[in-house]
Design a protein around this ligand. Sequence first.
Ligand SMILES: NC(=O)c1ccc[n+]([C@@H]2O[C@H](COP(=O)([O-])OP(=O)(O)OC[C@H]3O[C@@H](n4cnc5c(N)ncnc54)[C@H](OP(=O)(O)O)[C@@H]3O)[C@@H](O)[C@H]2O)c1
Length: 308
Amino acid sequence: MAWTTVNIPSQSGRLAVVTGATGGLGYEEALALAAAGAEVVLAGRNEHKGADALARLRAAHPGATVRFEQLDLASLDSVAACAQRLLAAGQGIDLLVNNAGIMAPTQRQLTVDGFELQFATNYLGHFALTAQLLPLLRRVPGARVVNVSSLAANLDSIDLTDLQSERSYVPFQTYGMTKLALVMFALELQRRSEAAGWEIDAMAAHPGYARTDIIGNGPAARGIRGALWRITKPFLLPFSPPAELAVLPILFAATSPDAQGGEFYGPTGWRELKGPTGTATMPARALDDSAAAGLWETSERLAGVSFA
Ligand SMILES: NC(=O)c1ccc[n+]([C@@H]2O[C@H](COP(=O)([O-])OP(=O)(O)OC[C@H]3O[C@@H](n4cnc5c(N)ncnc54)[C@H](OP(=O)(O)O)[C@@H]3O)[C@@H](O)[C@H]2O)c1
Protein backbone atom coordinates (compact mmCIF):
# COMPACT_ATOMS: atom_id res chain seq x y z
CA MET A 1 0.00 0.00 0.00
CA ALA A 2 1.32 3.43 -0.93
CA TRP A 3 2.25 5.73 1.95
CA THR A 4 -0.31 8.49 2.58
CA THR A 5 -1.08 11.02 5.30
CA VAL A 6 -3.07 8.35 7.20
CA ASN A 7 0.31 6.75 7.93
CA ILE A 8 1.61 9.84 9.74
CA PRO A 9 2.16 8.85 13.36
CA SER A 10 0.70 11.10 16.05
CA GLN A 11 2.66 14.36 16.17
CA SER A 12 1.13 15.34 19.48
CA GLY A 13 3.59 17.15 21.74
CA ARG A 14 5.95 17.91 18.85
CA LEU A 15 6.93 21.31 17.46
CA ALA A 16 7.40 21.67 13.69
CA VAL A 17 8.73 24.72 11.87
CA VAL A 18 7.88 24.87 8.17
CA THR A 19 9.33 27.60 5.96
CA GLY A 20 7.27 28.95 3.07
CA ALA A 21 4.12 27.57 4.68
CA THR A 22 1.86 30.38 3.46
CA GLY A 23 1.03 28.53 0.23
CA GLY A 24 1.78 25.60 -2.08
CA LEU A 25 3.51 22.54 -0.66
CA GLY A 26 4.52 24.27 2.58
CA TYR A 27 0.89 24.94 3.46
CA GLU A 28 0.03 21.29 2.82
CA GLU A 29 2.94 20.20 5.03
CA ALA A 30 1.75 22.47 7.85
CA LEU A 31 -1.84 21.30 7.40
CA ALA A 32 -0.96 17.59 7.58
CA LEU A 33 1.39 18.06 10.54
CA ALA A 34 -1.21 20.09 12.46
CA ALA A 35 -3.89 17.51 11.61
CA ALA A 36 -1.63 14.86 13.19
CA GLY A 37 -1.40 16.95 16.39
CA ALA A 38 1.86 18.87 15.96
CA GLU A 39 2.24 22.45 17.06
CA VAL A 40 3.26 24.17 13.83
CA VAL A 41 5.08 27.41 13.15
CA LEU A 42 4.27 28.68 9.65
CA ALA A 43 7.28 30.75 8.70
CA GLY A 44 6.91 33.13 5.78
CA ARG A 45 7.68 36.57 4.46
CA ASN A 46 4.14 37.80 3.83
CA GLU A 47 2.06 38.57 6.93
CA HIS A 48 -1.23 38.77 5.00
CA LYS A 49 -0.67 35.39 3.37
CA GLY A 50 0.35 34.10 6.81
CA ALA A 51 -2.92 35.27 8.36
CA ASP A 52 -4.88 33.74 5.49
CA ALA A 53 -3.01 30.41 5.83
CA LEU A 54 -3.66 30.33 9.59
CA ALA A 55 -7.37 31.04 9.02
CA ARG A 56 -7.67 28.25 6.43
CA LEU A 57 -5.77 25.82 8.62
CA ARG A 58 -7.84 26.61 11.73
CA ALA A 59 -11.05 26.27 9.72
CA ALA A 60 -9.93 22.79 8.63
CA HIS A 61 -8.69 21.81 12.12
CA PRO A 62 -10.27 24.03 14.79
CA GLY A 63 -8.12 22.53 17.58
CA ALA A 64 -4.81 23.12 15.76
CA THR A 65 -1.99 24.93 17.58
CA VAL A 66 -0.46 27.03 14.82
CA ARG A 67 1.17 30.42 14.55
CA PHE A 68 2.91 32.58 11.96
CA GLU A 69 6.52 33.75 12.21
CA GLN A 70 7.90 36.46 9.95
CA LEU A 71 10.81 35.07 7.92
CA ASP A 72 12.32 36.47 4.73
CA LEU A 73 14.96 33.97 3.69
CA ALA A 74 16.42 36.50 1.26
CA SER A 75 17.60 38.62 4.20
CA LEU A 76 20.13 37.29 6.72
CA ASP A 77 18.88 39.87 9.25
CA SER A 78 15.34 38.55 8.91
CA VAL A 79 16.59 34.96 9.30
CA ALA A 80 18.55 35.92 12.44
CA ALA A 81 15.57 37.80 13.90
CA CYS A 82 13.27 34.82 13.33
CA ALA A 83 15.80 32.44 14.90
CA GLN A 84 16.23 34.82 17.86
CA ARG A 85 12.48 34.85 18.53
CA LEU A 86 12.34 31.05 18.46
CA LEU A 87 15.43 30.80 20.67
CA ALA A 88 13.90 33.28 23.13
CA ALA A 89 10.73 31.14 23.29
CA GLY A 90 13.10 28.29 24.17
CA GLN A 91 10.97 25.39 22.96
CA GLY A 92 12.85 22.42 21.46
CA ILE A 93 12.17 21.89 17.75
CA ASP A 94 11.28 18.33 16.68
CA LEU A 95 11.11 19.08 12.99
CA LEU A 96 12.43 21.79 10.68
CA VAL A 97 11.22 21.64 7.08
CA ASN A 98 13.33 23.87 4.85
CA ASN A 99 10.64 24.15 2.22
CA ALA A 100 10.39 27.72 0.93
CA GLY A 101 11.70 28.40 -2.53
CA ILE A 102 11.54 30.39 -5.70
CA MET A 103 12.22 29.02 -9.16
CA ALA A 104 14.09 30.57 -12.03
CA PRO A 105 13.30 34.30 -12.08
CA THR A 106 14.17 35.42 -15.60
CA GLN A 107 16.69 38.09 -14.54
CA ARG A 108 19.58 37.69 -12.10
CA GLN A 109 18.65 39.64 -8.96
CA LEU A 110 20.56 40.42 -5.79
CA THR A 111 19.33 40.36 -2.20
CA VAL A 112 19.87 43.12 0.38
CA ASP A 113 22.97 41.15 1.42
CA GLY A 114 24.30 41.12 -2.15
CA PHE A 115 23.69 37.42 -2.89
CA GLU A 116 22.00 36.03 -5.99
CA LEU A 117 18.29 35.74 -5.11
CA GLN A 118 17.70 32.00 -5.72
CA PHE A 119 20.91 31.02 -3.94
CA ALA A 120 19.98 33.17 -0.93
CA THR A 121 16.30 32.21 -0.71
CA ASN A 122 16.45 28.51 -1.46
CA TYR A 123 19.79 27.62 0.09
CA LEU A 124 21.81 30.13 2.11
CA GLY A 125 18.86 31.45 4.15
CA HIS A 126 17.94 27.89 5.10
CA PHE A 127 21.56 27.09 5.95
CA ALA A 128 21.70 30.14 8.24
CA LEU A 129 18.33 29.35 9.82
CA THR A 130 19.31 25.75 10.56
CA ALA A 131 22.64 26.81 12.08
CA GLN A 132 20.95 29.30 14.37
CA LEU A 133 18.21 26.86 15.40
CA LEU A 134 20.75 24.11 16.17
CA PRO A 135 20.45 24.55 19.98
CA LEU A 136 16.67 24.02 19.77
CA LEU A 137 17.03 21.02 17.44
CA ARG A 138 19.65 19.47 19.73
CA ARG A 139 17.23 19.73 22.64
CA VAL A 140 15.09 16.98 21.04
CA PRO A 141 16.86 13.64 20.47
CA GLY A 142 15.89 12.42 17.00
CA ALA A 143 14.90 15.87 15.74
CA ARG A 144 14.67 16.01 11.96
CA VAL A 145 15.73 18.52 9.35
CA VAL A 146 14.13 17.97 5.94
CA ASN A 147 15.45 19.96 2.98
CA VAL A 148 13.03 20.27 0.07
CA SER A 149 14.92 19.70 -3.16
CA SER A 150 13.91 19.04 -6.76
CA LEU A 151 14.58 16.85 -9.77
CA ALA A 152 16.50 19.89 -11.02
CA ALA A 153 19.29 18.90 -8.59
CA ASN A 154 20.30 16.29 -11.21
CA LEU A 155 21.10 18.79 -13.97
CA ASP A 156 24.53 18.06 -15.50
CA SER A 157 25.09 21.76 -16.23
CA ILE A 158 25.16 22.85 -12.55
CA ASP A 159 28.28 24.85 -11.71
CA LEU A 160 29.13 24.65 -8.01
CA THR A 161 32.13 26.93 -8.51
CA ASP A 162 29.88 29.90 -9.36
CA LEU A 163 27.47 30.00 -6.40
CA GLN A 164 26.37 33.58 -7.16
CA SER A 165 25.87 32.87 -10.90
CA GLU A 166 28.22 35.75 -11.67
CA ARG A 167 29.89 34.18 -14.69
CA SER A 168 26.61 33.04 -16.18
CA TYR A 169 22.99 33.30 -15.09
CA VAL A 170 20.87 30.57 -16.65
CA PRO A 171 17.75 30.75 -14.47
CA PHE A 172 16.86 27.05 -14.27
CA GLN A 173 20.49 25.99 -13.93
CA THR A 174 20.92 28.31 -10.94
CA TYR A 175 17.70 26.87 -9.48
CA GLY A 176 19.13 23.35 -9.91
CA MET A 177 22.36 24.40 -8.22
CA THR A 178 20.47 25.63 -5.14
CA LYS A 179 18.51 22.38 -5.03
CA LEU A 180 21.70 20.27 -5.33
CA ALA A 181 23.23 22.39 -2.57
CA LEU A 182 20.24 21.57 -0.34
CA VAL A 183 20.81 17.82 -0.82
CA MET A 184 24.54 18.21 -0.12
CA PHE A 185 23.70 20.28 2.97
CA ALA A 186 21.34 17.56 4.28
CA LEU A 187 23.94 14.82 3.75
CA GLU A 188 26.74 16.87 5.34
CA LEU A 189 24.51 17.80 8.29
CA GLN A 190 23.79 14.10 8.80
CA ARG A 191 27.52 13.29 8.77
CA ARG A 192 28.35 16.12 11.20
CA SER A 193 25.43 15.20 13.45
CA GLU A 194 26.64 11.60 13.65
CA ALA A 195 30.24 12.66 14.29
CA ALA A 196 29.32 15.18 17.00
CA GLY A 197 26.46 13.22 18.59
CA TRP A 198 23.86 15.92 17.89
CA GLU A 199 21.15 13.25 17.47
CA ILE A 200 19.63 15.13 14.53
CA ASP A 201 18.53 13.24 11.42
CA ALA A 202 18.88 15.25 8.23
CA MET A 203 17.49 14.22 4.88
CA ALA A 204 16.19 15.61 1.61
CA ALA A 205 12.98 15.06 -0.30
CA HIS A 206 11.48 16.24 -3.58
CA PRO A 207 7.84 16.37 -4.68
CA GLY A 208 8.29 15.52 -8.36
CA TYR A 209 6.12 18.00 -10.22
CA ALA A 210 3.31 19.73 -8.31
CA ARG A 211 0.53 22.09 -9.24
CA THR A 212 1.53 25.14 -7.18
CA ASP A 213 2.32 28.82 -7.78
CA ILE A 214 6.03 28.21 -8.32
CA ILE A 215 6.06 28.62 -12.12
CA GLY A 216 3.66 31.57 -12.14
CA ASN A 217 5.75 33.31 -9.46
CA GLY A 218 9.05 32.60 -11.21
CA PRO A 219 9.75 32.12 -14.91
CA ALA A 220 6.16 33.00 -15.87
CA ALA A 221 5.83 35.96 -13.53
CA ARG A 222 5.02 38.46 -16.25
CA GLY A 223 5.17 39.34 -19.92
CA ILE A 224 4.95 36.90 -22.80
CA ARG A 225 6.08 33.95 -20.66
CA GLY A 226 3.27 34.66 -18.20
CA ALA A 227 0.70 34.78 -20.99
CA LEU A 228 2.03 31.51 -22.48
CA TRP A 229 1.94 29.88 -19.05
CA ARG A 230 -1.70 30.87 -18.48
CA ILE A 231 -2.63 29.38 -21.87
CA THR A 232 -0.75 26.08 -21.42
CA LYS A 233 -1.52 25.56 -17.70
CA PRO A 234 -4.94 23.90 -18.18
CA PHE A 235 -3.43 21.33 -20.59
CA LEU A 236 -0.88 20.28 -17.93
CA LEU A 237 -3.53 19.62 -15.30
CA PRO A 238 -3.82 15.86 -15.95
CA PHE A 239 -0.02 15.48 -15.58
CA SER A 240 0.49 17.63 -12.51
CA PRO A 241 -0.53 16.27 -9.13
CA PRO A 242 -2.12 18.72 -6.71
CA ALA A 243 0.04 19.94 -3.83
CA GLU A 244 -1.70 17.65 -1.31
CA LEU A 245 -0.50 14.58 -3.25
CA ALA A 246 2.93 15.86 -4.30
CA VAL A 247 3.79 16.72 -0.71
CA LEU A 248 3.76 13.08 0.42
CA PRO A 249 7.52 12.34 0.03
CA ILE A 250 8.28 15.44 2.12
CA LEU A 251 5.82 14.36 4.82
CA PHE A 252 7.25 10.83 4.71
CA ALA A 253 10.75 12.21 5.32
CA ALA A 254 9.40 14.45 8.07
CA THR A 255 7.39 11.90 10.02
CA SER A 256 7.82 8.26 9.03
CA PRO A 257 9.72 5.99 11.43
CA ASP A 258 11.05 4.33 8.26
CA ALA A 259 12.69 7.50 6.93
CA GLN A 260 16.41 7.75 7.64
CA GLY A 261 18.96 10.51 7.90
CA GLY A 262 21.20 10.87 4.86
CA GLU A 263 18.48 9.66 2.45
CA PHE A 264 16.61 11.36 -0.40
CA TYR A 265 12.90 10.68 -0.87
CA GLY A 266 10.56 11.38 -3.76
CA PRO A 267 7.82 9.94 -5.95
CA THR A 268 8.79 6.67 -7.66
CA GLY A 269 6.64 6.79 -10.81
CA TRP A 270 7.72 7.74 -14.35
CA ARG A 271 10.89 9.86 -14.15
CA GLU A 272 10.03 10.50 -10.49
CA LEU A 273 7.53 13.17 -11.56
CA LYS A 274 4.75 11.56 -9.53
CA GLY A 275 3.80 8.23 -8.02
CA PRO A 276 4.11 6.36 -4.72
CA THR A 277 6.62 7.70 -2.21
CA GLY A 278 9.97 5.94 -1.99
CA THR A 279 13.70 6.47 -2.25
CA ALA A 280 14.64 9.03 -4.90
CA THR A 281 17.62 8.91 -7.23
CA MET A 282 20.47 10.60 -5.39
CA PRO A 283 22.20 13.19 -7.60
CA ALA A 284 25.66 11.74 -8.25
CA ARG A 285 27.37 15.00 -7.32
CA ALA A 286 25.69 15.04 -3.91
CA LEU A 287 27.84 12.03 -3.03
CA ASP A 288 31.07 14.03 -3.26
CA ASP A 289 31.83 14.37 0.48
CA SER A 290 34.74 16.76 0.05
CA ALA A 291 32.68 19.09 -2.19
CA ALA A 292 29.93 19.03 0.46
CA ALA A 293 32.41 19.88 3.22
CA GLY A 294 33.77 22.74 1.09
CA LEU A 295 30.27 24.04 0.41
CA TRP A 296 29.51 23.90 4.15
CA GLU A 297 32.57 25.98 5.03
CA THR A 298 31.85 28.51 2.28
CA SER A 299 28.24 28.75 3.46
CA GLU A 300 29.27 29.36 7.08
CA ARG A 301 31.52 32.17 5.87
CA LEU A 302 28.96 33.75 3.52
CA ALA A 303 26.11 33.56 6.03
CA GLY A 304 28.28 34.54 9.00
CA VAL A 305 27.05 31.57 11.05
CA SER A 306 28.67 28.58 12.69
CA PHE A 307 27.34 25.15 13.62
CA ALA A 308 30.13 24.80 16.17
N1 LIG B 1 5.92 22.72 -7.39
C1 LIG B 1 6.82 21.89 -7.90
O1 LIG B 1 6.58 21.23 -8.93
C2 LIG B 1 8.14 21.69 -7.21
C3 LIG B 1 9.02 20.75 -7.76
C4 LIG B 1 10.24 20.53 -7.12
C5 LIG B 1 10.57 21.21 -5.97
N2 LIG B 1 9.69 22.13 -5.46
C6 LIG B 1 10.10 22.86 -4.25
O2 LIG B 1 9.06 22.85 -3.31
C7 LIG B 1 9.18 24.00 -2.46
C8 LIG B 1 7.82 24.67 -2.34
O3 LIG B 1 7.45 25.18 -3.61
P1 LIG B 1 5.93 25.31 -4.11
O4 LIG B 1 5.82 24.51 -5.35
O5 LIG B 1 5.01 25.07 -2.99
O6 LIG B 1 5.92 26.84 -4.55
P2 LIG B 1 5.00 28.06 -4.11
O7 LIG B 1 3.56 27.69 -4.20
O8 LIG B 1 5.47 29.20 -4.96
O9 LIG B 1 5.39 28.29 -2.58
C9 LIG B 1 6.66 28.75 -2.20
C10 LIG B 1 6.64 29.26 -0.80
O10 LIG B 1 7.93 29.79 -0.49
C11 LIG B 1 7.77 31.10 0.04
N3 LIG B 1 8.89 31.99 -0.19
C12 LIG B 1 9.40 32.43 -1.35
N4 LIG B 1 10.41 33.29 -1.14
C13 LIG B 1 10.55 33.40 0.20
C14 LIG B 1 11.40 34.15 1.05
N5 LIG B 1 12.31 34.99 0.56
N6 LIG B 1 11.26 34.02 2.39
C15 LIG B 1 10.34 33.20 2.90
N7 LIG B 1 9.48 32.47 2.16
C16 LIG B 1 9.58 32.57 0.81
C17 LIG B 1 6.52 31.62 -0.66
O11 LIG B 1 6.03 32.75 0.04
P3 LIG B 1 5.17 33.88 -0.72
O12 LIG B 1 3.79 33.34 -0.72
O13 LIG B 1 5.35 35.08 0.14
O14 LIG B 1 5.73 34.03 -2.10
C18 LIG B 1 5.63 30.38 -0.58
O15 LIG B 1 5.05 30.27 0.70
C19 LIG B 1 10.24 24.89 -3.11
O16 LIG B 1 11.46 24.74 -2.40
C20 LIG B 1 10.38 24.31 -4.50
O17 LIG B 1 11.67 24.53 -5.02
C21 LIG B 1 8.49 22.39 -6.05
